[in-house]
Design a protein around this ligand. Structure first.
Ligand SMILES: [Zn+2]
Length: 356
């Protein structure tokens, strides 16, 4: 979700630049500021309103490529539609999207779409309630979207709004239970993944995001749009397997996890199906998490294939020996504490070069 900061204007400004409380909130009207000047970002516009705008005008939110700032409470009737006491000024929330030359235009549009969606959900409004300033008074606003500036049309903007996914438990206001959820068009990442037969759950999208190099995926609108773009373009089909291990020579759960990730086997930090005797054998460094079994472990089979050891899935001295040869460390078939071969493995897992 776009980060919304409150910088509410004083009561004096509310009195002098609005009709006061009573907004019926039936519409959302995204505008564009018309100010391409460098620095004409959300903060500048918020300050303009805080300091009593010399123009007889006001709006609730201003958005740029980084943040949204709220200047007036949603229930205030701002002067942004140019229709006097008409529904534009008395029943709509108004959002100014910045077009400052030093901002990222498309990111601002994405953030604007995310804010519109958040307010739609909050007030149970559907797509038909998104209006242009032009609808209220004929003004050519939002001018850039109306002209398809940088290839983004008004229709594209509405599609971006539709594509916004609001994750449960991820901070954004939820639709009230009495209001039906807006029907998603075919442009959301969920629809896209479903159409491809790919699991579209939040969990899997988070996994995909990681694979496509996005950190801290939280299912925000902006992230969903970015992720969909990356998936469509296939920016990086190869999962990033770089680990962030302490290079301490101790083979703990995190090292197993990194190895599992690098080798593409299920990631649980545990080397499963090892016969009891092997777990207590001298080669074992004392920190590896094993599970007892007979069939051998998938990650060890994958490791053995990689390093040219007999793929029996058992973590015996022959595997350690082959690993030591593979990594160019002393070959003795034993893991010491700390172990040089484990150190080297951790180093290469961190660099993403363990699997060549
Ligand atoms: Zn406008």
């Amino acid at each position: 979700m776009v980060n919304v900061i409150k910088q509410l204007v004083s009561q004096e400004v509310v009195n002098q630049r609005s009709y006061g409380k009573g907004n019926k909130i039936q519409y959302i009207t995204p505008h564009q500021t018309g100010n391409m000047g460098i620095g004409a970002n959300a903060q500048m516009h918020a300050n303009l309103q805080s300091n009593l705008n010399s123009r007889q005008a006001s709006w609730h939110y201003q958005v740029d490529d980084r943040i949204a700032i709220q200047s007036f409470e949603d229930d205030v009737m701002c002067w942004a539609a140019g229709d006097g006491r008409g529904p534009g000024n008395t029943a709509s929330i108004h959002i100014e999207m910045c077009i400052n030359a030093d901002g990222d235009y498309e990111q601002t549009i994405n953030n604007g779409a995310a804010l519109v969606k958040m307010l739609m959900d909050k007030y149970g409004l559907d797509r038909s309630r998104i209006k242009q300033h032009h609808d209220w008074s004929g003004k050519n606003c939002p001018a850039q979207l109306r002209a398809g500036y940088k290839g983004i049309t008004w229709e594209d903007f509405l599609n971006k709004v539709d594509g916004v996914q609001v994750e449960e438990n991820f901070g954004s206001p939820q639709p009230s239970p009495t209001q039906p959820k807006p029907v998603q068009s075919g442009n959301s990442i969920v629809d896209y993944l479903n159409a491809q037969g790919i699991d579209s759950s939040f969990k899997n999208r988070a996994k995909l995001a990681k694979q496509y190099g996005m950190n801290n995926y939280q299912g925000t609108a902006v992230q969903n749009i970015a992720l969909l773009e990356k998936i469509k373009k296939g920016v990086s089909k190869k999962p990033s397997t770089k680990a962030n291990l302490n290079v301490d020579g101790k083979w703990g759960k995190s090292t197993t996890r990194a190895l599992q990730k690098a080798l593409g086997t299920p990631v649980d930090g545990i080397i499963s199906n090892q016969p009891k005797n092997s777990v207590t054998n001298a080669f074992y460094d004392g920190t590896i998490h094993f599970a007892i079994g007979k069939q051998g472990s998938n990650v060890i089979i994958a490791l053995q294939r990689l390093i040219g050891a007999n793929p029996d899935g058992l973590m015996g001295p022959h595997t350690i020996r082959a690993l030591q040869i593979y990594l160019g460390t002393v070959v003795d078939g034993v893991l010491s504490r700390p172990s040089l071969v484990v150190k080297e493995m951790q180093r290469r897992l961190n660099a993403g070069t363990f699997v060549k």
